[in-house]
Each structure stands twice: as structure tokens, then as C-alpha cells.
Design a protein around this ligand. Structure first.
Ligand code: OGA
Ligand code: MN
Length: 301
């Protein structure tokens, strides 16, 4: 058996099959996956049967696996082990959560275009989302290509954002959904400084690094920052940069947070279980450091 790759789009998404990720991977299969991860940004592995250990073990091939931020929230009972983030609509008892459940409200931020954990100084590299149960209709995940978005950005805007730093906070994206996080919920998650333009290590290509988590842009007043973010978001999420994933049960989808945005699309979440389980891999360090940018001391965490 050896893994096969079938492009879904020319350079953004690909499907990889004929590989069982619950088994140890041979070197040739891992090389194919790693090369594909560096070239494409979204990899779809259909029909995987993974327990939490298999899921985390495969994630570890991409780098250090992060603990879910849920463990930092007080009084949460976890349905999944701490190295798997629960982004489902299921409670600890495995049943669909009641409308208005605080966890659902907080998760609603995933409906806005974002990149994972950019509210942490060292954000996520890969995310691996496994979906053993899906709603029969709706609940897609959309991905936008930030390398293509950068390439096609006009020169004036490129000059405006290159070398700049934006402040990312989970409170900002939640506020945009009308959810005000309490001090206790915010806990250790203060705003993190992120380079707005990154160089993708493996491909050498530049990418735009923005998200719904962005509030302030360093050295810019609030109104100008909001207007710039809106312009960049509108450009970056145009249809031609977007791949919409329609889930099948047992899909595992891996994406590169360094050069993509994603968002979950609505579905009837009070009715259908959507068992979304995510393993998250840390990047190698702060993006400002990677880009050689000094950031103001007050922005340091
Ligand atoms: C995530 C996420 C969107 C979705 O898992 O990081 O944003 O469609 N998910 O569940
Ligand atoms: Mn996400």
C-alpha cells in the first residue's frame, strides 16, 4: 500500500487516500504527506478510523501537539483528552448541547474567518480536524488561501502591511459575535502580537496573516486599523481563494494555519450532532521573531 494524492484544486487543496492513519506510516507515505502539506494548504484524508491516541500521534508528525485551551478555563468538564480540542456541539455527556450553552456561544467565534491560536504569541502551525459525525446538511468548513491572497494584493496595500504587527485577541473575535468574555474566561489569553505578512518556510512564498482576532494594528489608529482589516479580509476571502469542504463522516482534514484562514459554516446545531475534534500543532515560535520584527514591550505577554 502506498498513499496517493489527488489535487482538489491546482495549488490549495488535495485529497490523500489509500493510507490508514491509525497504523504506523512508512517513510514514503510520510514524505508524500509532508511534501503535500508544504505545497498545498489543505489536505483531506477520507474515511479514517482514528481513536484519540491515533489522532494525536499523527498530529505529532507535524510538530509538538498543543493542549486544548479549554483546560485553562475553569469548571469545564472535558469530553475529549486534553490534547484534542472539542469544537463539536456536544456536551461532556456526548449529547447535543442546549441552545445558549456558554461553550456554544464561545465557539460561535469559529464562524468568523480566523487562523487557529493567533491569540497566542506562538500560534498554531497545523490543525487536524476529525469529524466522526456530521450533520446531514450544512456545517461546511471553508478555507481561504493567504499565499494567493498575498500574491494578488495591490502594491499599495502590500507596502502598507509589510513589516507591520497586528494584535490578536480571542476577546476581539468573540466580541464581533456579540459575546463578551468575562475576566475569568479570558484568563491568560491577552492580546498577542503577530506579523501581518509571513514568509512560508517550506515554500518560500509570502502570505497574509490576519484574522477576526485582530483588533489593533501597531502604529495605526483604531479607525484606520478597522478599515484596513476590512479591506484585507474582503480581498483575502474572495471566492477564487476559497475551498469549501463538505464533510463526510470520518474525514480528517489537515490545514496549514500559517497561510490559510478558515471558518465553520452554520447548521442546525440544536438538532444535529457534529462531532468536530481537533488536534493542534504549535508553530516553532512567535511570528514577529520569525519575521525579525521588534514589537513594543507593552505588547509582550
Ligand atoms: C477549528 C474550527 C471550524 C469548523 O476547528 O479550528 O475553526 O467548521 N472549526 O468546525
Ligand atoms: Mn479554527
Amino acid at each position: 500500500m502506498s498513499a496517493e494524492l489527488w489535487p482538489v484544486t491546482e495549488e490549495f487543496a488535495a485529497e490523500i487516500g489509500d493510507v490508514d492513519l491509525s497504523e504506523p506510516l512508512d517513510d514514503a507515505d510520510w514524505r508524500l504527506i509532508e511534501d503535500a502539506y508544504n505545497r498545498y494548504s489543505v489536505l483531506v484524508f477520507p474515511d479514517q478510523r482514528l481513536d484519540h491516541g491515533d489522532h494525536a500521534k499523527f498530529a505529532a508528525r507535524f510538530g509538538p501537539v498543543a493542549r486544548t485551551i479549554d483546560v485553562d478555563w475553569e469548571d469545564v468538564e472535558l469530553r475529549l483528552p486534553p490534547d484534542i480540542s472539542d469544537v463539536s456541539n456536544l456536551g461532556p455527556d456526548g449529547r447535543v448541547m442546549a441552545p445558549g450553552d456558554r461553550k456554544l456561544e464561545i465557539l460561535s467565534g469559529n464562524r468568523l474567518w480566523h487562523t487557529d491560536s493567533s491569540f497566542l504569541t506562538t500560534p498554531a502551525n497545523a490543525s487536524l480536524l476529525y469529524m466522526p459525525a456530521i450533520p446531514p446538511v450544512g456545517g461546511f468548513t471553508e478555507f481561504a488561501d493567504m499565499r494567493a491572497a498575498w500574491d494578488s494584493l495591490d502594491e499599495e496595500l502590500k507596502a502598507k502591511v509589510e513589516g507591520r504587527i497586528a494584535m490578536h485577541s480571542i476577546a476581539t473575535s468573540r466580541r464581533k459575535m456579540g459575546v463578551e468574555l468575562t475576566e475569568a474566561e479570558l484568563g491568560v489569553f491577552r492580546a498577542a502580537p503577530q506579523a501581518m505578512v509571513r514568509t512560508h518556510r517550506a515554500s518560500g512564498r509570502k502570505s497574509l496573516y490576519i484574522a477576526a482576532h485582530v483588533g489593533d494594528i501597531v502604529g495605526m489608529d483604531r479607525t484606520e486599523a478597522e478599515r484596513l482589516l476590512e479591506t484585507l479580509m474582503a480581498h483575502a476571502t474572495q471566492r477564487q481563494f476559497v475551498y469549501a469542504h463538505r464533510w463526510r463522516p470520518y474525514d480528517l482534514v489537515v490545514w496549514d494555519n500559517k497561510c490559510t484562514l478558515h471558518r465553520g459554516r452554520p447548521f442546525d446545531e440544536g438538532r444535529w450532532p457534529r462531532d468536530a475534534q481537533r488536534a493542534t500543532v504549535d508553530d516553532v515560535g512567535p511570528t514577529c521573531e520569525q519575521e525579525g520584527l521588534a514589537y513594543p514591550a507593552e505588547a509582550a505577554q
